[in-house]
Design a protein around this ligand. Structure first.
Ligand code: AMP
Length: 360
């Protein structure tokens, strides 16, 4: 069924009202759309820049009905949206993008890697385990050390532990809550890269230049972009992104986290079916940023150009670091993005800055 491009004045629904929802809402506003946010928090950062805020749980039937009554298209800012909520919205006649397949694959690390390998995309070797016995067998089979991660609900390095010896597998399995896990062989990477890519309703694909990412305690600290990379590496990453987007019949922006190995090979660590922290540099470094691109894609508009117009260092502001806004505001090369969160808890993503300089 052909999708009529959404005209300005239409309402875009977003499940989730955090910083990603907020930046999506701001981009949508620039294109003339109104935004309806659904979030359990009455003070959600995105709710304060949106035309409509529905305060309810993501699986609240009445709230989903209200959202369906307001919005012509619904998207989400996080991948742990209940599948049943997407089904309800679809049943109520609202187009949800990205679709249920992308969501299902991104919610389960085993399904994700199984899909990736089937789509011809390389990952580390892995095994699934649902019990302490299976975990021990899996570690023995893969050979320690192995990274054990919960299959579902992990983010920012949470829900994962290294298993140094096969004999520790059962204990680590219990420490992770005795839930289904994935066991991953270690990636011997030289760098962590990511590629942000988009696919439109018409199947058109656009990719952004690569970002080079640095994490601290499992949380993204810095992205340097465009990353220095050979033409072959860039082409490989673009091919990977295209295989994933096409394989999922995807609509919207997708983040792909990559491990670059010594021999130049790229493995996919994980995919995020949404705008991504490693794509924040595009706000000040590219012709059309990832947030506008996502809105364009889900609204059925043509994708925008993704060329870099500046060299950017994106720095996440965690906890109290955001209190440095006055200093950042005094730096001519610094673009400030603050999320409007009231409480600067330690390690919480409060904002980011993009430090820009001319392209080399
Ligand atoms: P994830 O939650 O899967 O994105 O993992 C968080 C971080 O842990 C990644 O950014 C890597 O630095 C590291 N990591 C994840 N998986 C592996 C792996 N299989 N081998 C080595 N390091 C990993």
């Amino acid at each position: 069924m052909a999708f009529e491009p959404l005209a300005p004045g239409a309402v875009l629904g977003i499940l989730g009202g955090g910083q990603l929802g907020r930046m999506l809402a701001l981009a949508a506003g620039r294109l003339g759309f109104d935004v309806a946010i659904l979030d359990p928090d009455p003070d959600a950062p995105a709710g304060r820049v949106a035309a409509h805020l529905i305060t309810a749980a993501y699986d609240d039937t009445e709230a989903l009905r209200t959202l369906a009554g307001l919005a012509q298209v619904v998207t989400f800012e996080f991948e742990n949206v209940p599948a049943a909520s997407v089904e309800s919205l679809t049943a109520l006649g609202v187009a949800v993008a990205p679709g249920p397949q992308a969501l299902a694959v991104a919610q389960d690390r085993v399904d994700e890697k199984t899909f990736l390998n089937a789509a011809g995309v390389r990952t580390v070797a892995f095994a699934a385990a649902d019990s302490a016995e299976e975990a021990s067998e899996g570690v023995a089979r893969l050979g320690a050390p192995v990274l054990m991660k919960t299959r579902r609900d992990g983010y920012d390095g949470k829900g994962q532990r290294w298993v140094e010896h096969a004999a520790d597998a059962a204990r680590v399995f219990a420490e992770l809550g005795a839930r289904p896990v994935i066991l991953e062989a270690p990636a011997d990477f030289v760098r962590e890269l990511s590629i942000i890519a988009a696919r439109g309703r018409d199947g058109a694909i656009a990719t952004y230049p690569l970002g080079e990412n640095h994490h601290e305690h499992g949380v993204l600290r810095r992205t340097i972009a465009p990353a220095r990379a050979t033409a072959a590496t860039r082409a490989k990453a673009e091919r990977i992104a295209a295989q994933i987007l096409t394989g999922l019949d995807y609509v919207g922006v997708l983040g792909v986290e990559l491990f670059e190995l010594k021999d130049g090979e790229l493995l996919v660590n994980e995919i995020a079916p949404r705008v991504h922290n490693t794509g924040h540099w595009t706000q000040d470094g590219c012709e059309v940023d990832q947030f506008e691109q996502h809105v364009r894609a889900v609204a059925g508009w043509p994708l925008g150009p993704t060329r870099a117009v500046a060299q950017v260092e994106m720095l996440n502001l965690l906890g109290e670091e955001a209190n440095g806004w006055a200093r950042f505001a005094g730096e001519p090369e610094t673009r400030i993005h603050l999320y409007g969160k009231r409480e600067a808890k330690a390690g919480r993503k409060m904002g980011h800055v993009n430090r820009v300089k001319p392209l080399a």
